[in-house]
Ligand binder design. Structure first.
Ligand SMILES: [Zn+2]
Length: 508
């Protein structure tokens, strides 16, 4: 038996997720105000028919609760009486399940109309669960509509559908509608952990997380994958094996790689790509997952709340980690990375050496980031041999300066300032590397920037506070800064190209 069937929830309290729906149904049961017809809409494999069956059980349970007990919320089925057990075993005469997908339902609905006329067995409700209800033919819908228009007493219809927009409005308007949601990664992880406990098995939690992400909100899929994996020999139960099996890559591989990109560590990044090839892992999967991750960082950079609306599933910890990692990049550089690796993915197939297009993307990025020197170490290529020069700025006229402290002294301490800012805010440090202390004015230290963009970034209150705090710490006293744009001296072509591409974000 599959895990999904073996551990199918038999009570409302066992259902993972769908909290609002369960609560509403329990309220209706406790008030004795069950509708004649429900429609359960939502993606496949997230518990629609499971909840429908529990509802059927709850209204037919023979261990009747008193009105007072029900009012107190005791509405769960007992799972011990004949009615409950028959429903669990799938042989209840009061529960009729129709799969509209198999033969589009005409005969069933016709039979259903006949069936409805007979009173239910015992003192109970007749419950019709119509799965994939949107597949019913027009005739079947019409027959159903007639029944719903004059609902026979003690009859309950539950329509489940993945395509609610294909269900006619006339039907919808006669049903109470519930929209089932995909489960979150945390909910699926929780559910899988529960099953493992029941099965008396243990797995690396990272494996559960990987399954939960892969299942993309589908509980049935997640449990299906878990069932398959549990049948493997124990020594095969490794994170990398599972990742391979799922056609995915474990996040640590991606996050390591992204860290290497952030620090423009070409040698490490290229080594990583070659390792993937050597291990026989799929470069397509890796590149897909990498692009997906970069996209998530890009969205996080635009606004972290976007992550919740982009149909992306991941755990809270992963989200936090991702938002933090995105701080190491500018929005432009993330967009650039996504484009680079999309292009690399497209040429994976054509390349004689599969990893070459990824290696090129790595180098192109770090080159654009102005880290040519490191690229030279790894790959000798004549066109990469230009030397970077640090942009230098003209000083402002003397009368412009009101020195409180010798400007040279400040400049002398500047690298120390940068080193202190770096761990606090990586991109702020990158901006500061482009500027130069140029003057004192009105009791403030004036920082000269080659571009408005950087000037504006550092001028943001939050960033300004960081810089001033660090100056206080390194130079002593109380510091204030002003940022302004100064003319950048003509630099070599490569730097200017890089500036164009990245809006001027140069690390060194
Ligand atoms: Zn019962």
């Amino acid at each position: 038996m599959t895990l999904y069937r073996k551990y199918r929830p038999q009570k409302f309290s066992e259902v993972e997720g769908q909290t609002a729906i369960i609560q509403t149904l329990k309220n209706e049961l406790s008030l004795g105000k069950i509708a004649h017809a429900y429609i359960f809409a939502g993606p496949r494999g997230i518990g629609k028919t499971t909840v429908a069956r529990i509802l059927a059980k709850a209204i037919n349970c023979q261990n009747k609760k008193s009105v007072r007990e029900r009012r107190l919320g005791k509405v769960e089925p007992c799972n011990r009486c004949v009615s409950c057990q028959e429903i669990t075993a799938g042989r209840s005469l009061d529960l009729i399940e129709i799969d509209a997908a198999s033969n589009r339902g005409i005969n069933e609905i016709r039979a259903l109309r006949e069936n409805v006329r007979f009173a239910p067995q015992r003192d109970s409700f007749k419950v019709f669960i119509i799965d994939e209800a949107h597949m019913l033919t027009r005739e079947a819908f019409n027959a159903l509509l007639k029944t719903l228009e004059e609902p026979p007493p003690r009859t309950l219809f539950i329509l489940a559908t993945t395509e609610v927009h294909e269900v006619p409005e006339t039907i919808l308007s006669r049903c109470q509608r519930f929209d089932f949601k995909k489960l979150t990664v945390a909910e699926i992880e929780h559910r899988l952990a529960q099953i493992l406990r029941e099965e008396k098995r243990a797995l690396n939690p990272e494996i559960l997380r990987l399954i939960a992400i892969k299942a993309d909100g589908g509980e049935r899929d997640a449990e299906g994958i878990l069932g398959q994996i549990l049948s493997w020999p124990k020594k095969e139960l490794k994170l990398s094996k599972v990742a391979d099996f799922l056609g995915t890559v474990d996040w640590s591989l991606i996050t390591d790689f992204v860290n290497m990109l952030a620090s423009c560590d070409n040698a490490q990044a290229i080594r990583k790509v070659n390792e993937i090839v050597a291990n026989g892992q799929d470069l397509f999967n890796f590149t897909d997952e990498l692009i997906d991750y970069l996209r998530r960082m890009m969205l996080a950079k635009v606004q972290p709340a976007l992550l919740d609306h982009a149909g992306l599933s991941f755990s809270a910890a992963q989200k936090e980690e991702l938002v933090a990692r995105a701080q190491n990049f500018s929005l432009k550089s993330l967009a650039y990375l996504v484009r680079l690796f999309m292009a690399a993915k497209n040429s994976l197939d054509a390349a004689l050496i599969p990893q070459l297009s990824l290696e090129l993307a790595i180098i192109e990025y770090s080159e654009a980031m102005g880290k040519v020197a490191e690229a030279q170490e790894k790959i000798q290529s004549p066109q990469l041999e230009e030397k970077e020069e640090k942009p230098s700025f003209p000083s402002l006229p003397d009368e412009y300066q009101k020195p409180i402290m010798n400007l040279e002294q400040v400049v002398g301490k500047w690298s120390e300032v940068l080193k202190t800012v770096e761990p606090l805010n990586y991109s702020l440090c990158a901006f500061l590397k482009l500027c130069q202390p140029v003057a004192f004015r009105d009791g403030s230290l004036v920082l000269g920037f080659p571009r408005d963009f950087h000037k504006d970034m550092v001028s943001q209150t939050r960033n300004k506070k960081i810089v001033e705090g660090v100056l206080d710490q390194i130079l002593g006293g109380k510091w204030q800064i002003q940022c302004e744009k100064v003319e950048l001296q003509q630099n070599n072509n490569l730097t200017r190209e890089a500036l164009e591409v990245l809006g001027g974000e140069i690390v060194k």
